[in-house]
Design a protein around this ligand. Structure first.
Ligand code: DGL
Length: 265
């Protein structure tokens, strides 16, 4: 295998950066293409049919263009709806992102956990299944928030965001019946770990936030173990599906993740 084939990360927007970050820490020599479907953003308010039609087709085009050695679907919404279809369509390893309900259940002392995701993710049978398998003895409350996705995009674009907005998102979970017992919250949208500090600061009490980023990074390292990497990887590519202006704030944030080359599909 040629040693310059990249890892391809895919999300609707900047969320997948929360998965890219721990992966780069484990595999610093990996060439990176980060694809953001800004033309389809946001995914969380779309129907299952829209996601199922869009994501495999788009990943097929991206795979043809970049010849990646592995794809990370760094988006819970796309993964919980379309992962099987993506795997069926592509002849290369595909790592998905699923809500970290198992580690959250292992951590919770109160046996009450929250799942904060997009509206599309929190209604998936996949979440029912994970809950039944790994958190059967827990109260599991869910809340879907498109607002928090927008807040994370704004934060990464360098725009100010308001603490009251983060508090209001958390209230959607914690104010449900039984929510006062929650001690652990699954960040089941890859955008959310990008603002976990702000969520923690806005929380009415100490809460543990759990996401799948580190586990996905370990999985990518495992699947690529023994493969050759370039001696000096070039700048990572941030690829956008729609030719919209990319502001200075977002460019600076992308640069902090090693993505110094901007391109459009
Ligand atoms: N980052 C995505 C996720 O993990 C979706 C955000 C959105 O486009 O609504 O679910």
């Amino acid at each position: 295998m040629a040693d310059d084939r990249p890892l391809l990360f895919f999300d609707s927007g900047v969320g997948g950066l929360s998965v890219l970050s721990p992966t780069r820490a484990l595999l610093p020599a990996a060439p990176i293409v980060y694809a953001a479907d800004n033309g389809g953003f946001p995914y969380g308010t779309r129907s299952e049919a829209e996601i199922a039609a869009r994501v495999p087709a788009l990943l097929g085009r991206l795979a043809e263009r970049f010849d990646p050695r592995l794809i990370v679907v760094a988006c819970n919404t796309a993964s919980t709806i379309a992962l099987a279809a993506v795997r069926a369509a592509l002849d290369l390893p595909v790592v998905g992102t699923v809500p970290a309900i198992k580690p959250a259940a292992a951590l919770s002392a109160t046996r009450a956990i929250g799942v904060l995701g997009t509206e599309a993710t929190v209604r998936q049978p996949y979440v029912d299944d994970l809950t039944a398998r790994f958190a059967a003895d827990c109260l599991v409350l869910r809340h879907g928030s498109a607002r928090l996705v927008t807040l994370a995009e704004a934060a990464l674009a360098g725009e100010p965001t308001d603490a009251a907005d983060y508090a209001a998102v958390l209230a959607g979970l914690l104010d449900q019946p039984g929510g006062e017992r929650i001690d652990t919250v699954v960040l089941a949208c890859t955008h959310f770990p990008l603002v976990s500090d702000r969520l923690a600061a806005a929380a009415p009490r100490p809460i543990a936030f759990v996401d799948g980023g580190a586990g996905i990074a370990r999985r990518v390292a495992h699947l690529t173990a023994g493969q050759a990497w370039p001696d000096a990887p070039g700048p990572g590519t941030a690829m956008f599906t729609a030719p919209r202006p990319i502001g200075d704030g977002l460019r600076a944030s992308l640069g902090r993740y090693g993505l110094n080359h901007i391109a459009f599909l």
